[in-house]
Design a protein around this ligand. Structure first.
Ligand code: AQP
Length: 334
């Protein structure tokens, strides 16, 4: 069976971007049952930037709770946190020795995250795509559903797999395909429509968190930056209006309709009417998820038990792949 692998970093509270760009689609993929689905809480990725150890525990459980609350079934999907499956870190080291510095230097996400201060970043943040390649290839995953922002990393994974296979003259790692489809695959920051919405963005006002209550969601959308013009008649009219486009695309993704349909349903609406309608739709969609998350997080031991069980299932797939890799590379085992 073809396999899907994807993950989310527990680097803070989850956002509407993570939900629409990732979790919602992970659930659809699981339910379509055309692929085996493996989802991970990428805690090793999270520590590429500083995480308070106590908050990391809580954030790891929160991501797991978000998966479960959104409809990931720990029987039908393999759900675990990355650090419990040591093969991820081990394969990443092998890939660090395959990946070329020149390839890493082209990664735009590192440049964006590091900003002007690249010298002060961790080596882990720089090497992040190599760990991501290990995550994917450890399961011989063929399809990787990601937001547009992660596409370059999946392409790098293909390069790493191809170079490994070529250097060692084997056909060990299949080349995975990024799967990017559907509306609002890149949810933008509410204060700046040219930057993506992120968990770790500076201000809480720039993102919608999955755990935000109805009042907070309304307030954030009302304060969202927009230009003064009303909604255009057609999607072409959204050109050069990144903030307006973002709000229309968020509406479209939440409602499961095309952006053109959103405009048709709100002809020439001003922000005073569109923003509350958007907030209402967001609350309707997110509140069942956040209620269920709160219920799950009240029993952390149960979440931990589910993650440990998922890790066991993940190891059963990953261990033979890593052993084979060590053998191919010539690492002696007793
Ligand atoms: N704004 C977004 N729009 C659409 N998809 C998004 N994703 C993240 N932000 C958006 C998708 O969510 C998945 C998990 O991402 P991640 O946690 O592994 O890393 P990230 O992309 O770096 O997410 P954040 O929220 O921006 O976290 P921080 O601030 O900690 O770096 C991925 O599939 C991603 O595409």
């Amino acid at each position: 069976t073809p396999r899907v692998f994807s993950g989310i970093k527990p680097s803070g509270g989850l956002t509407l971007g993570n939900y629409l760009g990732a979790i919602k689609r992970f659930v659809q993929t699981q339910d379509a049952a055309t692929h085996e689905t493996i989802y991970c809480v990428a805690d090793l990725h999270a520590i590429t930037v500083w995480q308070d150890p106590k908050e990391l525990h809580a954030a790891t459980r929160e991501v797991a709770a978000a998966f479960l609350a959104s409809g990931i079934d720990p029987e039908r999907s393999v759900l675990f946190n990355q650090s419990q499956v040591s093969q991820h870190a081990e394969l990443a080291w092998i890939f660090n020795c395959v990946t070329r510095l020149g390839w890493m230097n082209r990664m735009t996400q590192f440049k964006e995250k590091a900003g002007k201060n690249a010298e002060a970043q961790s080596l882990g943040l720089y090497a992040y795509p190599s760990l991501m390649a290990a995550d994917i290839l450890l399961y011989h995953a063929t399809h990787v559903p990601v937001g547009e922002d992660q596409k370059q990393h999946v392409e790098l994974t293909r390069d790493i797999a191809a170079k490994f296979n070529h250097d060692y003259k084997v056909d060990l790692f299949p080349l995975p395909e990024p799967v990017i489809e559907g509306p609002a695959m890149r949810v933008m920051n509410l204060r700046d429509g040219t930057r993506k919405m992120s968990k770790s963005g500076e201000s809480d006002m720039e993102r919608i968190n999955l755990t935000d209550d109805a009042d907070t969601i309304l307030r954030k959308f009302q304060k969202a930056r927009t230009d003064p013009a009303p909604l255009p008649e057609t999607v072409e009219g959204l050109q050069g209006r990144p903030e307006a486009r973002n709000l229309v695309e968020i509406y479209a993704a939440l409602a499961g309709i095309a952006p053109a349909e959103v405009l048709a349903r709100h002809p020439g609406a001003g922000w005073g009417t569109f923003k509350p309608a958007l907030a209402e739709l967001a609350v309707e969609t997110l509140s069942p998820v956040s209620r269920e998350m709160a219920r799950l997080m009240a029993d952390p031991a149960e979440i931990d038990r589910l993650l440990a069980r998922g890790a066991e299932r993940a190891r059963a797939i990953a261990a033979p792949v890593l052993s084979r890799t060590y053998e191919v590379v010539g690492l002696l085992r007793g």
